[in-house]
Design a protein. Structure first.
Length: 211
């Protein structure tokens, strides 16, 4: 929301009836003309704090409670204005929708589908890292709906990795994050790779994730 092309994107989405959710932005400067100076200032304070160090995301900042509440609420309200309804699903730029203030202040809509942490096998991340991610996901499940697994599309090799994700998706709800701005991912999505990867896998609609 509040970016240069937000309104045109919303109009195209409504025209083509594309499932859409809110991509909560706490760290990248708003570029839309309809963004107030107050909103820009509040978001800038959040960005300075959250980008200072990667561990800032896991620390609750009591002096920024108002700023977090205001910036999140304004984006939720703007989504409702542009799309005519509240967002069914929410994720975040740089995954900052999972930062401590957003989580502990309960700023995301109750019962919405919220993007969980990436899924990792034992050994892929440290024990502390996996324990923290697991704790956040358990907190999310108390108020929101989550996919069973969440992966990044790359790396595209080895193919065994993608096959494993596809196998999981036959029995579980699996979300895969892609960034078509990256050439390799764009080619995979537009030149048939995605169809080989997802063959026999049902693609769920935005509201298909249950609690």
């Amino acid at each position: 929301m509040f970016m240069e092309d937000s309104e045109r994107a919303a109009a195209m989405t409504r025209e083509h009836q594309i499932d859409t959710g809110l991509h909560l932005n706490l760290t990248s400067s708003f570029s839309g003309r309809n963004c107030s100076s107050k909103l820009r200032e509040h978001q800038e304070r959040l960005a300075v704090y959250l980008l200072r160090h990667r561990l800032m995301q896991v620390m609750f900042h009591p002096r920024l409670i108002h700023e977090f509440e205001y910036v999140v609420k304004m984006q939720l309200d703007e989504f409702s204005r542009l799309y005519g309804e509240a967002p069914v699903r929410v994720d975040g730029h740089h995954h900052m929708h999972l930062c401590a203030n957003v989580m502990l202040q309960h700023l995301l809509p109750l019962d919405s589908i919220v993007r969980r942490n990436f899924s990792f096998d034992v050994g892929e991340k440290s024990l502390w890292n996996r324990a923290y991610r697991g704790c956040i996901d358990r907190m999310l499940r108390r108020r929101h709906r989550l996919a069973d697994y969440f992966f990044s599309l790359p790396p595209l090799q080895p193919e065994s990795r993608l096959k494993r994700i596809a196998m999981l998706a036959r029995d579980w709800v699996v979300e895969v994050e892609a960034h078509p701005v990256n050439q390799s991912e764009y080619q995979f999505l537009t030149e048939g790779g995605i169809f080989r990867f997802a063959e026999g896998v049902r693609v769920a609609s935005a509201g298909a994730v249950s609690r």
